[in-house]
Design a protein around this ligand. Sequence first.
Ligand code: GLY
Length: 368
Amino acid sequence: MAESKDPAPEKVRVGLEARSYDIQIGQGLLSNIPALFPHVSKTTLLFIVCDEHLKTQASLISKVFHNLGINVAEVVLPSGENQKCLDSASKLFDQLVNARADRKTMVLALGGGVVGDLAGFVAATYNRGLNLFMVPTTLLSMVDSSVGGKVGINHPMGKNLIGAFHQPVGVAIDINVLNSLPDREFRSGLAEVVKYGMILDAGLFGFLEANAAGILAREPGLLVKIIKRSCELKAQVVSQDEREETGLRAILNFGHTFAHAFETIGGYGAWLHGEAVAAGMVCANKLSLNRGMIDESIAARVVALLKAFNLPTDPPKLSSTSLLEVMRNDKKSVRGNLRFILAKKLGEVALFDDVTEENVKGVLSPLN
Ligand code: GLY
């Protein structure tokens, strides 16, 4: 069936009792931005945080709200994963103080995962919590980091080691912003979409296989479909295990124990997050394969789909000793014991705590 050129807007509810919120998904949503923010009134200070690539968009939003009589402050950050640090958070705290932020302040995070995580962390902690509205502008942040309330910054010894759970009051996803997203970043986001298929939805996985060319061509109808399905799956998980207490939410970290180690040792930014997740998922599947939990054909389908999206499927050549040291610090590990999410079949994974360091070394391409 041909995809509609002008897909209808969609809404996904993240059900969390008093902290429930909607994810609005559509084409051109940002052209009527006030309609997205029923939460803003004349007593609100709207504190917009964006990176330098979104400066023009942030100014336009500022102007619209300013004309409505709303007090707006705008902070433009340099781009890059290295901004997700205590120093940047501290600068944002200073700006909030200067702007006389109070409990009615709404932080609007306009950008990718770095801006969302950093601005979200600042919103979670300033004045014991400010309202947060997410406008993700990369595919990766649309399907993952803007949804579910995980916010945080990096520590030199681990990604997202300093953070909080702080749910946004809303998320608005305008697929038009993906038109200008660099190809590498777009493909990086697709790794997280593949992850949802792998962990929860074999149907989604098959849909990605069948529509890989159209997805890479960024057909709007396909984009809305895969973003909506990814958000639905994430919302289902988050509403059942918001604070990662039962082990359910941990499945969203499939491939991420490897990925975080690749990013930490390789240097934040050397690989995009989704690229590290792609190679990490392949490593996790090799662990499952070596334990006889999945057969070769599943591992091969995952590699083929990632290759179709031009994503890495081999681990980087880094010291296994260093990678393992980072993995022991992973938030899923318990007193230094490694825990991994492993595939049982396409669309089903579980948490395992009996993977040995030897098993892990066996699926890496170490330098030593
Ligand atoms: N990105 C994993 C989670 O939100 O739990």
